[in-house]
Design a protein around this ligand. Sequence first.
Ligand SMILES: Cc1cc2nc3c(=O)[nH]c(=O)nc-3n(C[C@H](O)[C@H](O)[C@H](O)COP(=O)(O)OP(=O)(O)OC[C@H]3O[C@@H](n4cnc5c(N)ncnc54)[C@H](O)[C@@H]3O)c2cc1C
Length: 535
Amino acid sequence: MPQSHAWSRSTSTTATKSPSFWTTGRALMLTAFASSLTYVVGISDMGSFLNNAAAEAPAYAKKPQMENAVSELRSLLGEDAISTEDDDLQRHGYSEWSSVNIEQLPIAIAYPQRTEDVSQIAKVCSKYKIPMVPFSGGTSLEANFSAPYGGVCIDFAMMGNILAVHEDDMDCVVQPSIGWMDLNEQIKNTGLFFPVDPGPTAMIGGMVGTSCSGTNAVRYGTMKDNVVNLTVVLADGRIIKTRKRPRKSAAGYNLTGLFVGSEGTLGIVTEITLKLSVIPAETSVAVVTFPTIRDAASAAIKILRTGIQIGAMEIMDEVQMEVVNRSGFTKRVWQEVPTMFFKFSGTKGQVKEHIGMVKEISKDNRSKSFEFTSDAEEQKNLWSARKESLWSMLALRKGDEQVWSTDVAVPISRLPDIIEISKKEMDDLGVFTSALGHVGDGNFHEAIIYDAKNPEERKKVEECNIRLVERALEMEGTCTGEHGIGIGKKASLIKELGLETIGVMQSIKRALDPNCLMNPGKIFDMPGMAPIKTL
Ligand SMILES: Cc1cc2nc3c(=O)[nH]c(=O)nc-3n(C[C@H](O)[C@H](O)[C@H](O)COP(=O)(O)OP(=O)(O)OC[C@H]3O[C@@H](n4cnc5c(N)ncnc54)[C@H](O)[C@@H]3O)c2cc1C
């Protein structure tokens, strides 16, 4: 029976009230201690160390109350709106992309059709103290949508419409489950597009959740820069709008910015107004090879300093180029050396001028070859190595092997340092890893192939990840440029920002979600939370 599976995997999520000894400050100190231990033992989830610090632990519903809540939701929203099917629970509680997965699954999946349905769900969950986990495209990489405390996963599959396109205002209003690629396909006749480009099947709700970006960020910014306003359902079911629709507003706190990147831990986004950009009249792609990553990065810095508006500027190391060749996914064979991929856009004259400038700067930085094209088909061909990079890595997996994709960002001048040091560390540890990056933003990714069933290998990969983050932080960087924190990088966040800053985040969380129902166990722990069991 589908339901019984869900319950059987549920661990008790009920916690007792804590002794007053556990003030927030003490719990935070323990969190810090746990964090350093986490680094020592190489576990990214520090929840287990907090188990004894049950200060004001969130008290979630027990099984009978959860069953009552599910029946209540069914009678309010209809039988079809709530699923407890095994497959459905599994699909929403596990991700093969994720750096970490957990034992627990959600107890039910809710499929709302409108904002008011989401509000009803929140009211019922709030009444019974049931965690709520929003879900859009399911492509996030740090267990951002997993359900460590069970609860209801809210899947927006039935809310994937474009509600309005305001061509003259260059914005549109959408529901959470429209994919960014689908959106662009549907609005292409307006001459406008939405430029933020993460995983191909990511959807706008989840993109708001992680404040993602992609290859276009160097020109158009990240999700944070491209959201005008949000409609948000709060934990208790209240519906708020963060602001109106002008491109600029100095009216009060920037609540839009607060919710973008909050990974569903503060509220559930049900409508999003997005800024649109003009589809460029002319585009061109260039591929440039360099003898070293340092030469490539140094060219990137010089190019940015000219003020040219580059459409995209990506870097791939020699290993990644070799991986693309081995996969055979592209029509041509690439040189296996550090390579940069550029997109140019603008008027014909601008594109021509910019290509000339980039060629000159590349030459000054020891480039070995420079190819460019304005032909539409040939552009796809030249860009194909970048496009197929992750899929090529995935294709190399054998048996139980998985790809761990991690990201950090540093001030751009430190990019060659971090890439070089990390590559050496990975080699020393004997793991197979490739590097690629959104070089214009100082953001780079490592994709590591490892045998998920081999604890030794898993440990090595975790160690690589820890070292990479430590390197980035030493260089005044961040533990994540775009993938977010989820469960996987909670310890890193404490290292990055420190206890005072996390304490402010906890205060904001408490103000909006006093019972810790919104996507609990993500970004940071609240005092006294039960440990999360990872798979
Ligand atoms: C092949 C591949 C390539 C990728 N490339 C990039 C890249 O270049 N750049 C990049 O930034 N990322 C990249 N990613 C990661 C991923 O695509 C992004 O994190 C994306 O923003 C996730 O969107 P989603 O719709 O899949 O969100 P989900 O995974 O469904 O959710 C992400 C988070 O948002 C929350 N959430 C979902 N919907 C809502 C809502 N309606 N309201 C509030 N919170 C919500 C979830 O609870 C979760 O915490 C890549 C992933 C893959 C698999």
